[in-house]
Design a protein around this ligand. Structure first.
Ligand code: FE2
Ligand code: FE2
Length: 192
């Protein structure tokens, strides 16, 4: 797999729903990669998965979920359910990160994490994105895609040469610390 395939901010999709669906596929592919990696390379593949999840989930939490809350009938309930799923996945992610890739339970935990993350993605697609697509114009969805990509570009999973140090400060440490930093960067950039 090339590095290009895990740069969510450079994806070609211009409709935000298409963009998020493509990112869900990217997450699934990265789970495949962690599962198939030889034991010695598992940690590196897992770190890339954690970074992608941090950037994707935080962009959703900062841009998509608030919009769904405001726009959808019963939006608060839909979003609360998604946030609870994201919280549970983050807890397991945090535990796996602490235990490390050599933990004897790593592969079993990875299977549980994968099931939880992919079930969460399907729930978003079914209960949130489908309704959002029905309630928004193509122009709104294009504008939201620009917003999501801009947010994701603030914490690039693969920095451009010369900007590594800035990125290092964002996507290092525990998964929760990464997500907190991505959130800070996005909030500063969007003025929230
Ligand atoms: Fe999500
Ligand atoms: Fe998602």
């Amino acid at each position: 797999m090339t590095q290009h395939s895990t740069r969510p901010e450079t994806m070609k999709e211009t409709d935000v729903i298409d963009l998020l669906l493509a990112q869900h596929a990217m997450i699934r592919d990265l789970f495949d990669e962690v599962e198939r990696a030889p034991a010695g390379e598992r940690g590196e593949a897992f770190t890339r998965l954690v970074r992608l999840l941090a950037v994707h989930e935080t962009a959703e939490e900062e841009i998509i979920h608030p919009y769904a809350r405001r726009t959808l009938d019963g939006g608060d309930g839909v979003v609360e359910d998604r946030l609870e799923e994201e919280r549970q996945a983050k807890e397991l992610l945090q535990h796996m990160d602490q235990a490390g890739p050599d933990d004897p339970d790593f592969m079993a935990n990875l299977a549980v994490l994968r099931a939880a993350v992919m079930a969460h993605a399907r729930s978003e697609e079914r209960y949130e994105f489908t309704k959002l697509r029905a309630r928004t114009s193509a122009a709104e969805r294009r504008a939201m895609a620009v917003g999501v990509k801009a947010a994701e570009a603030m914490a690039p999973t693969h920095p451009h040469p010369g900007t590594e140090s800035a990125t290092k400060n964002v996507l290092v440490g525990t998964p929760v610390a990464m997500m907190d930093r991505v959130r800070d960067v996005i909030r500063k950039a969007t003025g929230h």
